[in-house]
Design a protein. Structure first.
Ligand SMILES: C[S@@+](CC[C@H](N)C(=O)[O-])C[C@H]1O[C@@H](n2cnc3c(N)ncnc32)[C@H](O)[C@@H]1O
Length: 498
């Protein structure tokens, strides 16, 4: 099995635009770290920081709260600005909204020094979403052995030359004339949008009126799997249909943003700004070519046309939802805490099972699901001891394609069942292996229990996954510190994937 040692830098927080960057690791040193969570700044113990602080003392003092570890002060716990005992009494709300790449969730200081999520885990959130989406894309692209290209129109001509393979032969035959016609006759909004997008002002290559599965989308950046739809008035009457179409395209791993004709024409700069922001939040670098997509750049696509008719009408294809035959990825989050990883799996289209031993924490998961606007997406939220749950799933023959587990050093199940990582990890991993499907997608083993190094986590996971091929990456989950640019290690992790 290929085995690689890595530093996983959850520094993607920093690549988000300033107004979207809800978390920052401001500085570290002298056994502490100072971080901004949304509007609030906190100091927490960070024993690894044996070096000096970089930022001024005044910065370290102008904070909203501080967690005192029992090693330093008389008792461990939080103190808040103006000496209030609890953030409820302070101007802070009990929980406040945070967001990472468009997924919203809640933060609040907890008695265990955390704030309801671990920012460095953003590495895992990106990985989970990308892996699941890639799985759906590859199924979609490989569904038909013989793929046909979407038509690409050379400038001034009506001929077709091969472009990207994003649909199957039957649908392509049915839709190609309409796609060409729509390129020739754009709405005014589509024309303005294309004038901006074709100049590559976004630094990404967009295609227009591309056939994707049974749909003709207005604009698509295949590299980022981003679709832009420019809607005219007709869409006001087609909300349901658009929703269905978006759901299906999402299952294939595309993200969609919609603009009205009016918005594109009258606020073109704003349109470009929003597209750029969206491109930034999509972490995937490129499609895995060779899985059915036909090549890279098409030099023939220099098309520029005059006025159009517009409006995408797929009405004759309504009800042809052949995504139903796509097997859904079953994702299991063990020791799942407040469930941010579960939300990313849910957004990617997985069937999610979330297990934790704390009732209070599971209430938080439900709140997060609501805040994220995903309450209509079903998620199994289970209060159970992780080992008991796995044993039960094994008996029932229930299988999972993707698992993340982040076992604490010590914990208790809801009925007082004792969890000790040194004693119970082998049992946990052997049960996880038993509930894995024949061709799993990935397994992540994370641990903050500092005396298990990344290498030992990696070797343990390698043993567990023996016989399945794939590769192991192990290393430290880190965050970039803003003050001096250090890469700050926060957790050990091992990732197996196929
Ligand atoms: C370190 S947190 C996991 C953090 C999570 N990976 C995240 O990023 O949000 C550990 C979680 O394990 C849960 N836990 C502790 N003992 C457990 C047990 N025996 N069975 C299931 N969950 C348990 C705790 O309630 C806690 O939510």
């Amino acid at each position: 099995m290929k085995n690689e040692l890595k530093i996983f830098c959850g520094g993607d927080w920093l690549s988000l635009s300033m107004d979207k960057q809800d978390y920052e690791l401001l500085d570290t040193g002298e056994g502490e770290k100072i971080e901004r969570f949304g509007p609030y700044v906190f100091v927490r113990p960070y024993e690894d920081a044996v070096w000096k602080k970089t930022l001024d003392k005044k910065v370290w003092e102008k904070i909203d709260g501080k967690f005192w570890s029992s090693k330093v002060g008389a008792k461990s716990g939080w103190t808040f600005k103006n000496n209030v005992q609890h953030p409820m009494l302070h101007k802070m709300q009990k929980k406040w909204e945070m967001s990472y790449k468009g997924v919203k969730f809640l933060a609040s200081p907890t008695p265990f020094r955390h704030l309801g999520f671990f920012p460095e885990q953003s590495t895992h959130w990106d990985f989970i979403e990308e892996k699941i989406k890639s799985y759906y894309s590859s199924i979609f692209l490989n569904r038909e052995k013989e793929m046909h290209p979407s038509p690409t129109l050379p400038e001034g001509e009506g001929e077709m030359v091969p472009g990207y393979f994003t649909t199957d032969p039957k649908l392509w035959k049915r839709l190609k004339d309409r796609a060409l016609d729509m390129r020739k006759n754009p709405t005014k909004g589509e024309k303005v949008a294309w004038d901006v997008l074709r100049r590559n002002e976004t630094e990404f290559h967009f295609r227009r009126q591309q056939i994707i599965d049974r749909f003709i989308v207005d604009f698509v950046c295949l590299e980022k799997r981003l679709i832009i739809e420019v809607d005219g008035d007709i869409h006001d009457f087609k909300k349901e249909e658009d929703k269905e179409r978006s759901e299906i395209l999402k299952k294939f791993g595309f993200e969609i943003i919609r603009f009205s004709n009016e918005e594109v024409i009258n606020k073109t700069d704003n349109f470009l700004h929003k597209v750029n922001l969206k491109l930034k939040t999509i972490s995937r670098n490129s499609l895995s070519f060779g899985e059915g997509w036909g090549g890279v750049n098409d030099p023939n696509d220099k098309s520029s046309f005059g006025e159009y008719r517009g409006g995408v009408d797929n009405s004759d294809l309504r009800g042809v939802d052949n995504t139903n035959d796509i097997k859904k990825i079953k994702f299991l989050n063990l020791f799942g805490y407040t469930g941010v990883a579960s939300l990313f799996a849910l957004r990617a289209g997985a069937e999610v099972t979330h297990v934790d031993a704390s009732k209070q924490t599971l209430e938080w998961v439900k709140e997060n699901q609501k805040v994220a606007g995903m309450e209509n997406m079903s998620m199994r939220i289970i209060l159970d001891d992780a080992l008991k749950f796995l044993a039960r799933e094994e008996k029932r023959g229930i299988k999972y394609d993707a698992v993340i587990m982040d076992p604490p050093k010590f914990g208790r199940g809801p009925k007082g069942e004792e969890w000790k990582i040194e004693r119970d990890l082998p049992k946990l991993l052997s049960l996880v292996r038993k509930v894995l499907s024949d061709k799993p997608l990935f397994v992540i083993l994370n641990s903050y229990a500092i005396d298990s190094s990344a290498l030992s986590l990696g070797y343990t996971l390698e043993d567990t996954m023996q016989g399945l091929g794939g590769e192991i990456k192990q290393g430290e989950l880190c965050l970039l510190e803003k003050s001096k640019g250090r890469t700050i290690p926060l957790s050990n992790t091992a990732i197996w994937s196929l």
